[in-house]
Ligand binder design. Structure first.
Ligand code: ADP
Length: 298
């Protein structure tokens, strides 16, 4: 649905985005993950044609965004960062105005009511936006982005500033919308992406750091331990299968640093081995591979 082909963006001499390529597919919720300043908003602004790439191309349903800007913008619903809304307006009026922005034929009561219903806003249509909680304001932004039934939905940090319950509501809503849309959500919070997304693109300093399905990126766990005792290497090696990895620090050290990468849950087996061999477990923690990738970003 969306193809991003080696895009770069310069602001003066600074390269905010550097040769980024990825695809967004229908039915998938993709998380654009990276620390602040990684280039997430800039990437989203390029997909939505609020900015054009300095290099590279983006196509939506086969249409180049630079050659078919208005046409491709109509295929996208976009919620920018910090969710700017006209807070003095009634929800209904705001949605009507948003519909007119695309096409006055969309500004009919039925369509506005249906869109409001799809995001749980039916009983707030006659409320002023400034009277709404942050969670409800975000629903208004979502309804406005959906009013023209776009096939692509782009949301820049959509749950920033919401409390945990409001976040969960938004997660549920976004999931319910994903069946017939390609959705891209940016976040600098790893847990958020894990809770919502089916695939992940990790960027750092404008470059791709990792990408893939959430399962493939978070499937492997790395267990880090500090173990003291004898025959640690021999015994642990027996646990490790072909596609798994075992790394043990300097053999002479009394306390060994051990790292195991595995797809299965092996804590019970390690505990059993430790008890059989009278090892002391000084430390033990598990991280999945996505957590590890994310931790290493600076
Ligand atoms: P993120 O959304 O991941 O926090 P941004 O895309 O906002 O990152 O920013 C990436 C880099 O580009 C940052 O270093 C930021 O300062 C710079 N940048 C973003 N927008 C502009 C702009 N309009 N003019 C100059 N520099 C910008």
């Amino acid at each position: 649905m969306v193809k991003v082909n080696t895009i770069s963006k310069y602001f003066g001499k600074e390269k905010a985005v550097d040769g980024l390529s990825f695809e967004l597919k229908k039915g998938e919720i993709t998380g654009l993950l990276g620390p602040n300043g990684a280039g997430k908003s800039t990437t989203m602004r390029m997909i939505t044609s609020y900015l054009f790439p300095s290099k590279g191309t983006i196509s939506i349903n086969g249409l180049d965004t630079q050659k078919h800007t208005l046409e491709t913008q109509r295929l996208i619903g976009y919620i920018p960062e910090n969710n700017p809304l006209y807070t003095e307006m009634l929800v209904y009026d705001y949605l009507e105005m948003s519909a007119r922005f695309f096409d006055s034929a969309l500004a009919d009561i039925k369509r506005i009511k249906e869109t409001a219903k799809s995001v749980g806003l039916s009983d707030k249509l006659m409320t002023s936006i400034h009277e709404l909680s942050k969670g409800y304001r975000q629903r208004v932004a979502l309804a406005a982005a959906l009013i023209h039934n776009p096939s692509v939905l782009i949301m820049d940090e959509p749950t920033e500033g919401l409390d945990p319950n409001q976040r969960q509501d938004i997660h549920r809503l976004i999931k319910s919308l994903s069946k017939d849309k390609a959705i891209l959500i940016s976040s600098h919070v790893l847990q958020e992406v894990k809770a919502m997304c089916t695939s992940v693109i990790v960027i750092n300093k404008g470059r791709l750091a990792a990408s893939g399905s959430l399962d493939s990126l978070s499937g492997y766990k790395t267990i880090k331990m500090q173990l003291e005792g004898s025959r640690i290497k021999d015994e642990l090696s027996k646990l490790i299968k072909k596609d798994e990895k075992l790394k043990i620090s300097d053999d002479k050290a009394k306390i060994k640093e051990v790292r195991i990468s595995t797809k299965k849950e092996i804590h019970p087996e390690i505990s059993a081995l430790a008890s059989k061999n009278k090892w002391i477990i000084w430390e033990m923690q598990a991280e999945d591979s996505l957590e590890e990738i994310f931790k290493e970003l600076k």
